[in-house]
Design a protein around this ligand. Structure first.
Ligand code: SF4
Length: 262
């Protein structure tokens, strides 16, 4: 895809502007693929499995193509706006960004989200639980604690719950990092009349926490003798949710393009 293809896509009115900024990136399950420019752009690469294989040269070529086109578009915009990159001092902003990054990483919400993504493998790798193999139905026979009827008959299945947990495991941290970073300095204040990006990011993090908690709630049934461990994870998520809602009181009200409004 070259920059003209991207411009053509950008001019297509069927796409909902910015819908991909506040989604959960789970395109396989998204009802808006036909209205998402990001999906249209990445489909070219997704159609070729080699471009998703990190060990394949095509993967790195596709990354290189994306950087090249992005750079071309950036240079074109800069020229139109009369901006010369050589006149810009990048050092001071880079230093400020480094400080903000550290402050964000040390924020209690981000630390709690990081702790959560570490708790997930601790649970699955614990000597008591029949490991990640439970996701694979071939290994269900070996999962002594599994209630097989729950896995094989009707929703919600164990592998679905595990899929949800893994999908959002790091997503919560990434979105909370973005949300918290947005509260530092005056990034959001400069756009007082607009919905805050930090609220949008916090909202998708909250949705991911809600879904993860629901999935862990079902895990209870699959691993009845590990209720304490599962409950500790749910309580951790509950606290993280409360802290996030306190820090971003307007997040739940944020209207995500497409999902909450068109
Ligand atoms: S809006 Fe839907 S299709 Fe687009 S990137 Fe997000 S999940 Fe994927």
């Amino acid at each position: 895809m070259n920059k003209d293809d991207i411009k053509k896509l950008a001019a297509n009115e069927k796409f909902i502007a910015g819908i991909y900024n506040y989604c959960d990136r789970w395109c396989e399950r998204c009802a808006f693929t036909a209205r998402c420019m990001n999906f249209a752009m990445t489909r070219e690469y997704d159609d070729d499995p080699e471009t998703s294989d990190i060990n394949n040269e095509k993967f790195w070529q596709s990354i290189s193509d994306i950087f090249k086109v992005t750079r071309e578009l950036l240079e074109e915009s800069a020229e139109e706006l009369g901006i010369d990159f050589d006149d810009i001092d990048f050092e001071e902003p880079a230093r400020e960004e480094g400080i903000k990054e550290k402050m964000t990483e040390n924020h209690e919400c981000c630390r709690a989200a990081k702790k959560y993504y570490q708790m997930v493998p601790e649970f699955f790798e614990s000597e008591y639980v029949p490991s990640l193999q439970v996701v694979d139905k071939k290994h269900v026979e070996n999962a002594s604690e599994l209630q097989k009827s729950d896995v094989l008959d009707g929703p919600p299945t164990l592998d679905e719950m595990v899929e949800i947990i893994f999908w959002y495991q790091h997503f919560i941290y990434v979105k909370l990092m973005r949300a918290v970073r947005g509260t530092l300095g005056n990034a959001d204040e400069e756009w007082d009349d607009f919905p805050k990006d930090s609220d949008g990011s916090a909202k998708v993090a909250l949705i991911a926490i809600d879904r993860s908690m629901a999935a862990w709630g079902h895990m209870h049934r699959f691993f009845p003798s590990h209720q304490d461990q599962i409950m500790a994870i749910i309580v951790h998520l509950e606290r993280l949710r409360n802290r996030t809602e306190t820090l971003f009181p307007d997040a739940r009200k944020f209207a995500r393009p497409g999902f909450d409004e068109v």
